[in-house]
Design a binder for this molecule. Structure first.
Ligand code: ZN
Length: 134
């Protein structure tokens, strides 16, 4: 793993959260993107070299909606940048980590992604992400 790529925050109201985090960072969101397969709309903000991803559910039974229902708004996942997501996935799998999917999925912000189950990582949902080149 190279570094923390971003921190994902589950929010109920994307617009309100964008305003809040714009105030915190003194910078506007630089990208808004829907990820159909995950049932979310995302918004990205930069704070120096770091990125925050705000996530709002687009469906009542989507993973973000369920997360908020159970735990309320807050930090949803920490994403780590990797250079070769497939080899990282097979390494983690053979080390006994539970991956949420078998193949990398297309994520927001031009990434290949894979989630690692929070039960495997002390209650933290981990996202692996690799820059998409095509
Ligand atoms: Zn993410």
């Amino acid at each position: 793993m190279q570094k923390i790529e971003h921190i994902g925050i589950a929010v109920k109201d994307l617009e309100a959260a964008e305003q809040t985090y714009s105030l915190i960072f003194g910078a506007q969101p630089y990208k808004r993107e829907a990820v159909e397969s995950e049932g979310v709309i995302t918004s990205f903000l930069r704070c120096g070299p770091n990125k925050i991803e705000l996530l709002q559910s687009t469906k009542d039974d989507g993973p973000i909606a369920k997360f908020i229902e159970k735990r309320g708004e807050g930090i949803h996942h920490i994403a780590f940048a990797v250079t070769d997501i497939k080899s990282e996935m097979s390494r983690m799998k053979s080390d006994g980590f539970r991956l949420l999917h078998e193949e990398p999925k297309k994520g927001a912000d031009n990434k290949w992604i894979c989630f690692v189950h929070p039960k495997s990582a002390n209650g933290v949902l981990i996202e692996l992400c690799q820059e998409r080149t095509e």
